[in-house]
Design a protein around this ligand. Structure first.
Ligand code: SF4
Length: 231
């Protein structure tokens, strides 16, 4: 599964110039999961983070861990832009239908992630993600490191997930426009995969997804293979 690998390289270039904190993955250092969607009122909110959240899936090696590009939660005092990107390494497989199903399942992990005092608002149709952080959670010591460890444990409930790196970006000078463009592009690749895996019709001349297939290596071959198998 290499369709998202060029975006992983782009992301690596984008954050290379910033100071980062790297944390190893640790089950013992997870923030509490309340198990349900919380409502944090404005008066109880320390600040809001607003930006994008998306996954980049690969079968190449990923090292488990959390990376914070910019400030940790304890150093943030006012609303700001942010991004969350998860690099997710899946078990290597020749079965594209299986891989595709796993990618979809991995995409739903964000709806089962309920860190205490960390209210996430996101939609299935976009990569927008905003987070309200409660004053009480900050007092208790919430951090990206701990919330990231919790998120990794959620991904790893799926045995096909081998490793996860969670990258939180809060640096004030980061290129959030580019991060949004990357989120959109990952969404277009996922949409094209969806079309390929569910549509036997192989007609590039009339297909509105052609720009994605022209750019991402292997897409056309995958559709051709699926179409010839009559999937
Ligand atoms: S391979 Fe052709 S028909 Fe299939 S999704 Fe891409 S552009 Fe469309």
């Amino acid at each position: 599964m290499e369709f998202f690998d060029s975006l992983i390289c782009e992301l690596s270039d984008l954050i290379s110039e910033y100071q980062k904190a790297n944390y190893p993955c640790s089950e013992k250092n997870q923030w509490t999961d309340v198990g349900y969607s919380q409502v944090i009122l404005q008066r109880d909110t320390a600040f809001e983070l607003d930006g994008v959240g998306f996954n980049l899936v690969t079968s190449s090696d990923v090292e488990d861990g959390i990376v914070v590009v910019g400030d940790e939660l304890c150093s943030i005092t006012a609303d700001r832009k942010f991004a969350r990107v998860c690099l997710v390494q899946l078990e290597d497989s020749d079965n594209e239908q299986d891989c595709y199903k796993t990618i979809k399942k991995v995409d739903y992990v964000k709806y089962h992630f309920f860190p205490e005092g960390y209210m996430i608002r996101t939609t299935s149709r976009s990569h927008k993600e905003s987070v309200r952080v409660a004053k009480s959670a900050l007092k208790k010591g919430i951090s990206f490191e701990k919330a990231g460890n919790l998120l990794i444990s959620k991904y790893k409930e799926n045995p096909k997930v081998k490793a996860v790196k969670v990258i939180f970006v809060t640096a004030s000078g980061a290129d959030y426009k580019k991060l949004e463009a990357m989120a959109q592009k990952s969404g277009s690749i996922a949409e094209t995969l969806n079309h390929i895996m569910n549509n036997v019709k192989f007609d590039c001349d009339t297909c509105n997804l052609k720009p994605v297939c022209d750019e991402v290596e292997g897409m056309k071959e995958l559709h051709f293979k699926n179409a010839s198998m009559g999937v």
